[in-house]
Design a protein around this ligand. Structure first.
Ligand SMILES: [Zn+2]
Ligand SMILES: [Zn+2]
Length: 188
């Protein structure tokens, strides 16, 4: 069993065409591929009245409750929601780094989502953030060059970014973490 996976989408990510109808909270909870499992659906799909049902269902399944937030446009609103952690898209723009400060002020862990895929400048990210090694995206870049300079600056978490049941895995993220010599940080 894996130790932790906090980046998982379900059918609540209604705008995401990669999610399949079988990817329900109930199925993820039943598979229980990791000791610590958290659901992190897209906040923009939840902000319009869907959050309460989402929250109830995740809690009832005994899983950690997260949100994936798409940059500064959503950060201030998301910071007010009662969740266990945030996953944040931080593109390389001033507004996104600024909004990240507000998110951190909400006193919940903030995971910087697949920074290698979004061009996040990790020099501009505060050290209290957790940096994701994302199983879906890590291999699509020169990840050694991207991550290695920041090995000592940050704590790292591994996430599957599963949108389908067979994506509930951390194979490539574990490989990259071991090549980099970074230890997975467990949040809960
Ligand atoms: Zn993402
Ligand atoms: Zn995601």
């Amino acid at each position: 069993m894996l130790k932790q996976d906090l980046h998982i989408h379900t059918t609540y990510s209604t705008s995401d065409s990669a999610v399949v109808p079988e990817q329900t909270i109930a199925l993820v909870a039943a598979v229980k591929h990791a000791r610590i499992v958290g659901i992190s659906d897209h906040f923009e799909n939840l902000a319009n009245g869907q959050f309460r049902g989402y929250s109830n269902e995740v809690r009832k399944a005994g899983l950690k409750l997260g949100l994936e937030i798409d940059g500064h446009a959503w950060a201030n609103e998301a910071a007010r929601y009662d969740v266990d952690y945030f996953i944040y898209h931080c593109r390389d723009q001033d507004d996104d780094y600024r909004a990240l400060e507000n998110l951190l002020a909400a006193n919940r862990p903030v995971i910087i989502a697949h920074p290698n895929a979004l061009g996040t400048d990790l020099n501009r990210v505060p050290t209290e953030c957790l940096i994701e090694i994302n199983n879906r995206y890590i291999w699509r870049s020169d990840w050694e060059t991207f991550y290695r300079p920041f090995k000592k600056k940050f704590r790292f978490v591994l996430g599957s970014d599963a949108h389908q049941p067979n994506w509930l895995s951390l194979t490539i993220a574990l490989y990259a973490a071991s090549r980099l010599g970074v230890e997975e940080y467990l949040l809960f």
